[in-house]
Each structure stands twice: as structure tokens, then as C-alpha cells.
Design a protein around this ligand. Structure first.
Ligand code: ATP
Length: 324
């Protein structure tokens, strides 16, 4: 392998820059050329790229976002689009790819690798933490810390006015952010897509909180919770059924994706990306790298994308006990 291409794709996540830096620096260390593609797969299709040497990635380890930009590419979902991308890679002289992104990025990479015999390694970069082949994805820890600090601030005002706050956090299909930030911020209830609490139990739980002397409450709601209502409908429902509650809603939104990455995410990105480059040099292909039980491991895309890496339901029990 003489040239490695790197891109960031799908939803952006804090720590993607630390990952790009690690790919560029590890390539330089092993005397390999490194090329970055802009806007994920779309940039690859268009041949929109830059050369990344060790100095081009200076001072980005601490920055949020991604210097290579990210995008979702409809064209890459088609064979014709992927063929254009493969042609661009041979034109530019790229022999292998490091793909930083989520499950969609890995699925696209796997198909691409099989169709055109180009070695690819996936590096999990998404705030959602919804990839089976790793205990932690790059950006998840930072997002959790961002959410915690927002909830702490909301709790201050909730308790000053005796209010009940519904706080919506990201996670359409996975409740990792809601569950862990909910426990970390001491929420009264946590609503996640993996577990249907039910409206009656929610009301009962809120009544119980009030009876036990709580004057304010925080309920953390994952975007994709299964209770069948969006966060505003949920707040209306609670207001109708518990008229003596002063209910408010805060949707945290895209702030969860931004900000300087935590030390954990920077270190994780550095470890995973050095490994990704080394795996390519060892002739490995079509795998993702992840951290499992504190060890860096390569897992096939099939295994790594299995859905059985569930949330830790024990945390729901912990939350129930501690919100007494
Ligand atoms: P996140 O989970 O943070 O949103 P992601 O990587 O899952 O990140 P997606 O939008 O699902 O984000 O995927 C990124 C890109 O990967 C898509 O825009 C598309 O170009 C490509 N892609 C996804 N799935 C496939 C597929 N089955 N075949 C080919 N390309 C795909």
C-alpha cells in the first residue's frame, strides 16, 4: 500500500478531527501517502481531495466537527456512484481507505470493498454509540458530557420554579445517550426506544416523585422513545393528566454534536486510527476497529454491525432505585 485515503461520513461527531490526525500521522510515520476526501463518499465520487501530511493536521486534535466535512451521499447508494468513486481512487492512486463514520458508512464501505476489491477499515465515529463491534464510538463520551452539563443547568432553573422538564436528547434508534446521561444527571425518569415505559407508569412515577417531596423533576427522553408521542405531545399529555404540574420542554438538538472532544474521545480516536493504518499495512481489509473490554479489536463488518450490542438495562434499574 502506497496511499491511504481517509474520509468522515454520516453524522459528524466530536473527535473526528483527532481521528483524521491519527490516520495522517500514522501514515507519515510508516512513510505512506495520505489523502483526505471532503464530504464523505460524495467527495470521493467527485475526486474532491487534499493531501494530508503530518503538518496538515496540526492543532486539530482539540477541535470539534471535521476538517474534511461530512455528508450523506445518495449517489454512493447506487452502483454507478460507487463505480465513479472507484475510478477516482485509481486516478488519484489511492489503494486503501479508512472510513470514519457510523453503521451506514460501514455498510457502504463493505459493499464498495467487495465490488471493487479495495481494502477498507471502518473506524466508529458517531455520537450514538450504536455499533456492536465496539463498546464506545468516537464522540459518544463528549456528547454525554455536553448533555450532562446542559441538564445540570436546566435542573437549576427547574428547581427554582418547581417545574417538571422533559429534555429531549439525540438517539433515534438507540437510547445510549438518554440512559447514560439520565443516570449521570440524576433524572427521575428516562425514556428510551429499547424499553416502553408506558404512559400510565410515567404518570404514576411522577405522582410518586411529588408525594415523596420532590418539587422539581427531570425526565430525559430519547428522540426515538417508544411511548408513541414526541416530546411536546408527551408534555401536553402530562399537563392534561397532572394539572398541578408546571411542565416545560427543552430539545437539546445539534449542540450535542459539537464542541471540543473529551480526553477519552481523543485517546480513543488516536488508538483506533493508528490500529486502522497498521491493519491495512498488515494486509487486513473489510473490518472495523473497536474497543472491546479495553482492548483494540478488529471485527468483520457483519459482526460489528449486528444489532445485539444492546443498552445496559441494569442502568434502568439503577435509575429507578436512585430516583426514589
Ligand atoms: P450516523 O449513524 O452518525 O448518522 P452513518 O454512517 O450511519 O452515521 P448514514 O447517513 O446512514 O450515516 O450513512 C452515511 C453514508 O453512507 C450514506 O449517505 C451513504 O452514502 C452511505 N451508505 C449508507 N448505507 C449504504 C448502503 N447500504 N450502501 C451504500 N452506501 C451506503
Amino acid at each position: 500500500i502506497r496511499t491511504i485515503g481517509v474520509l468522515t461520513s454520516g453524522g459528524d461527531a466530536p473527535g473526528m478531527n483527532a481521528a483524521i490526525r491519527a490516520v495522517a500521522r500514522a501514515s507519515a510515520y510508516y512513510n505512506i501517502k495520505c489523502v483526505g476526501f471532503y464530504r464523505g463518499y460524495q467527495g470521493m465520487i467527485e475526486g474532491d481531495h487534499c493531501v494530508l501530511n503530518a503538518r496538515s493536521v496540526r492543532n486539530i486534535i482539540s477541535t470539534g466537527g471535521t476538517i474534511l466535512k461530512s455528508a450523506r451521499s445518495k449517489e454512493f447508494m447506487t452502483y454507478e456512484g460507487r463505480k465513479k468513486a472507484a475510478d477516482k481512487l485509481s486516478e488519484i492512486g489511492v489503494d486503501a481507505l479508512v472510513l470514519i463514520g457510523g453503521d451506514g458508512t460501514f455498510r457502504g464501505g463493505q459493499t464498495f470493498s467487495e465490488e471493487f476489491n479495495i481494502p477498507v477499515i471502518g473506524v466508529p465515529g458517531t455520537i450514538d454509540n450504536d455499533i456492536a463491534g465496539t463498546n464506545f464510538t468516537i464522540g459518544y463520551d463528549t456528547a454525554l458530557n455536553t448533555v450532562i452539563s446542559a441538564i445540570d443547568k436546566i435542573r437549576d432553573t427547574a428547581s427554582s420554579h418547581n417545574r417538571l422538564f422533559f429534555i429531549e436528547v439525540m438517539g433515534r434508534d438507540a437510547g445510549f445517550i438518554a440512559l447514560n446521561s439520565g443516570v449521570g444527571a440524576g433524572a427521575e425518569e428516562i425514556l428510551i426506544p429499547e424499553e416502553d415505559l408506558g404512559l400510565d407508569r410515567l404518570l404514576e412515577s411522577l405522582r410518586r416523585s411529588k408525594r415523596s417531596g420532590k418539587s422539581s423533576s427531570i425526565v430525559v427522553v430519547s428522540e426515538g422513545d417508544k411511548i408513541g408521542k414526541n416530546v411536546y405531545e408527551l408534555a401536553d399529555y402530562v399537563t392534561e393528566n397532572l394539572p398541578n404540574y408546571d411542565v416545560r420542554v427543552t430539545v437539546l438538538g445539534h449542540m450535542q454534536r459539537g464542541g471540543s472532544p473529551s480526553c477519552f474521545d481523543r485517546t480513543l480516536a488516536s488508538r483506533l486510527c493508528v490500529k486502522a493504518v497498521e491493519l491495512l499495512l498488515d494486509g487486513e481489509k473489510n473490518v472495523m476497529v473497536g474497543i472491546l473490554n479495553n482492548e483494540i479489536k478488529a471485527t468483520s463488518f457483519e459482526e460489528g454491525l449486528k444489532e445485539e450490542h444492546g443498552i445496559n438495562k441494569e442502568l434502568l434499574r439503577i435509575s429507578d432505585i436512585l430516583s426514589t
